[in-house]
Design a protein around this ligand. Structure first.
Ligand SMILES: Cc1cc2nc3c(=O)[nH]c(=O)nc-3n(C[C@H](O)[C@H](O)[C@H](O)COP(=O)(O)OP(=O)(O)OC[C@H]3O[C@@H](n4cnc5c(N)ncnc54)[C@H](O)[C@@H]3O)c2cc1C
Length: 477
């Protein structure tokens, strides 16, 4: 990559977007010092930020995004798209300098189709604002990540995110009909208007989860749904996590569709869940929710699921706990529940089919525990959420209350915990991530995850981005 003076970059970007949408190096390095990856936060606090942009720009139209990418190719300067900066894997950090492309001024809702229940929304719209706008019209976008406060629609798509309703409505990739995006060399593309077709491979889905390496998403056509008329909750405890997993499997493979399926292991139930719902819980605990337009159907599904739980040895807890969980479902992720420095924290979130899921749970959590010396008091709270008709994800949330003072030693401990968890999970039959993405944190494992397929991904990257402008080095490409 060429070294281009920040002043020259700012001047050329100003010609495209105007002076009020360009930020010079010192301001950009403060504002975009890091995303929500633990190491990005710790490194910025230690004065050694991972993200060191030379300039930041806030385009307001897709054409401006395209012009910026053409400029970056002319000057050979790296570009890193930035949505809400809420990613937890380090993907949005401009670790090689260059331009941060803040997309939050692409913030229009272009069109709502009330017949098809679809909407064309620009990439920089915040998930929270989008939902509030839809709710006011009796509609919803059933992608409910805990980071809705910050995350953008484009960032959710680029990171292949998921929300608490995913077991019925799917991950973000299931919510998209088509995309508008800008290629790394600056051409504006719109993919076929619907996702079910037979006109070749799915270009839309090539962009999903690409974490900004293959193109910049500027808008998406997404599915909407009516706000549900009824929600029904089930809360149940199990002596044995395995019995809970089996009950969940029976619910999913037989076609019941609860949006919420959260099975907390005994550690997560007694620590985080118990605190959030203000109850004493000392066993693996399942929180399940059904919703829908037709109350009778919702209640029937809940009643069948209740029978499945009981048949697997569950003891039912008051439904009110489920309602409280729903109201407080995001508190787990914010102060005073969320960890802060000097802690080390992070989540190994892996996904596997039902044949392997129990083995993956044990292998992952045991491997993570095994690498942490006792004096660091590792806490590991794990739940299984985001269930599919073929399997589930495992969310192993670790915290070391006080790691080594030295930043590189703290990072070594963090990396060792992740390496242990991810490698054990893959060995036991899991895919190394369900919905947080790869970023800088998991990039070292991409070759192991994809094997020979990694070369195909690298060739796609080289073909689309011959000058390696977009997020160079990310995703292990
Ligand atoms: C408290 C908390 C809770 C969270 N809960 C969830 C959760 O429930 N579910 C979940 O999935 N995630 C969750 N996350 C992780 C994070 O919010 C998601 O990964 C989210 O999708 C990131 O969106 P963003 O707009 O902040 O993207 P950013 O973090 O800004 O960017 C993520 C990646 O996408 C790229 N990118 C951003 N916008 C575009 C675009 N328009 N075109 C191309 N590339 C782009 C960036 O370059 C980067 O590689 C959570 C994070 C936090 C801090």
């Amino acid at each position: 990559m060429a070294t281009v003076a920040s002043d020259l970059l700012s001047a050329r970007l100003t010609e495209i977007v105007g002076a009020d949408r360009v930020m010079g190096a010192s301001q950009a390095r403060t504002q975009y010092a890091g995303d929500q990856w633990w190491y990005a936060i710790a490194a910025a606090a230690a004065g050694q930020p991972v993200s060191t942009p030379d300039v930041a720009a806030r385009p307001a139209t897709p054409e401006q995004v395209a012009a910026i990418l053409r400029l970056a190719n002319e000057l050979l300067v790296p570009v890193t798209p930035w949505g809400g900066g809420s990613g937890v894997q380090g993907a949005a950090n401009a670790d090689r300098g260059g331009i941060v492309l803040d997309l939050r001024d692409l913030n229009r809702v272009r069109h709502i189709d009330h017949k098809s229940l679809t909407c064309v929304v620009e990439a920089g719209v915040s998930v929270r604002d989008f939902e509030a706008m839809l709710n006011a019209q009796g509609l919803c976008f059933t992608h409910y990540p805990a980071s809705a406060e910050w995350a953008t629609i484009g960032g959710s798509i680029a990171a292949r995110g998921s929300g608490v309703l995913s077991s019925k409505y799917g991950k973000i990739e299931d919510h998209i009909l088509n995309l508008e995006f800008v290629t790394p060399t600056g051409e504006l593309v719109t993919t076929p208007s619907v996702p079910r077709h037979a006109v070749g491979p799915e270009l839309t889905q090539l962009m999903v989860g690409a974490e900004g390496t293959l193109g910049v998403i500027t808008a998406a056509t997404v599915k909407l749904r009516p706000l549900p008329k009824r929600r029904a909750f089930l809360v149940a405890e199990f002596d044995d996590l395995a019995a809970g997993i089996e009950a969940g499997r029976v619910i999913m493979v037989n076609g019941l569709r609860p949006p919420v399926m959260r099975l907390y292991d005994v550690h997560a139930a007694s620590h985080s869940l118990a605190r959030a719902v203000e109850a004493t819980l000392d066993k693996a605990t399942f929180v399940i929710m059904f919703d829908g337009e037709y109350p009778q159907l919702v209640d029937t599904e809940a009643s069948i699921a209740r029978d499945v739980l009981l048949a697997h040895g569950a003891r039912l807890l008051p439904e009110a706990l489920g309602e409280l969980w729903w109201e407080r479902r995001y508190v787990f992720y914010y102060p005073p529940y969320a960890p802060e420095l000097p802690s080390i924290w992070g989540t190994v979130d892996v996904v596997a089919d039902f044949e392997h899921i129990e083995a993956v749970y044990h292998a992952t959590t045991e491997a993570m525990r095994a690498v942490v010396p006792a004096e660091y008091n590792l806490s590991l709270n794990t739940h299984l959420s985001h269930w599919y008709e073929w399997g589930s994800m495992i969310y192993a949330r670790m915290k070391v209350p006080k790691g080594p003072d030295d930043l590189s030693e703290a990072k070594a401990l963090h990396d060792a915990i992740f390496r242990a968890g991810v490698e054990a999970a893959m060995k036991a039959g899991a895919v190394m991530n369900d919905h947080h993405g790869v970023g800088l944190r998991l990039a070292p494992f991409m070759d192991a995850q994809y094997g020979a397929g990694m070369e195909s991904l690298r060739r796609i990257k080289r073909a689309l981005d011959p000058n390696n402008i977009l997020c160079p080095g990310k995703l292990g490409l």
